[in-house]
Design a binder for this molecule. Structure first.
Ligand code: ZN
Length: 254
């Protein structure tokens, strides 16, 4: 599977009329299913389609338990996100906000365009064995096709005004998209403190391609318990379990 396909998959702008009917399992373009529990669960992703074999045999899989980072002099992440009108879809696996061209970040001198951001419940990454209620992923792609994902943990606390605008309009049904004049500012979902972990990993959904530079912020943002529960009502579990580190290391900017 090439990177364009992988991206399409990750973006999962997959027309999926059966998503609502089969709840946590849905179909990719090859007609194969994956979900987060049972026979379509993460343990079986590599088996349900040959295209997903990396999910089983990959050695740089995500997410991971973030612990014992090696302190490193890492360049700051330069984020240049623009406000835009809301386009939000329920792809049967998550709620995803599609970002128009023009938002990007610069990482180690390389420009990565922001394509979309989406959410997991509970968090996919752990920090020293502990999860957060949710995690937001900002998916970026460079001109060369490399992916970089910014991860922001979401802790229970104050209501988040931008999440409210998204949550008020998000489709309850898989395969549906809502467009609205409401303005969203993706940067509002990033923590003020840019201390972060970095490591080399993969997509956390099939086909689990090992093409992702992960940057996960140490400081969580906050959402209210009601906001977290509203998402959990749609997606009670959409987090892949943590994967073996193998011969990798984690860098920390702190
Ligand atoms: Zn994700």
């Amino acid at each position: 599977m090439d990177r364009r396909q992988a991206l399409t998959f990750l973006g999962a702008a997959v027309a999926c009329p059966t998503c609502a009917a089969i709840a946590n399992a849905s179909e990719d373009k090859g007609g194969q299913s994956w979900g987060y529990e049972g026979e379509y669960g993460p343990e079986r992703w590599g088996a349900v389609s040959p295209a997903n074999i990396t999910c089983s045999i990959g050695r740089q899989q995500s997410p991971i338990d973030l612990r014992n980072p090696i302190p490193a002099e890492l360049s700051d992440i330069q984020v240049h996100f623009r406000p835009s009108k809301l386009e939000v879809l329920n792809n049967g696996h998550t709620i995803e906000v599609v970002v128009p061209k023009g938002s990007f970040m610069v990482l180690d001198g390389m420009r990565y365009e922001l394509l979309q951001f989406h959410f997991h419940h509970p968090s996919e990454h752990l920090v020293e064995g502990s999860s957060f209620p949710m995690e937001a992923h900002f998916v970026h792609k460079s001109a060369k096709g490399d992916l970089a994902v910014l991860g922001a943990f979401i802790a229970a606390g104050e209501e988040h005004p931008m999440l409210k605008r998204v949550w008020d309009r998000m489709p309850m049904e898989g395969g549906k998209t809502v467009r609205d004049a409401t303005i969203v500012r993706p940067s509002d979902l990033l923590p003020d403190d840019h201390e972060h972990f970095r490591y080399a990993g993969s997509l956390t959904t099939p086909p689990c391609s090992e093409i992702v530079s992960w940057i996960v912020f140490n400081e969580p943002i906050e959402a209210s318990s009601a906001q977290i529960q509203k998402f959990a009502g749609l997606f009670p579990l959409n987090a892949r379990p943590v994967q073996p580190m193998n011969r990798r290391f984690i860098l920390g900017s702190f």
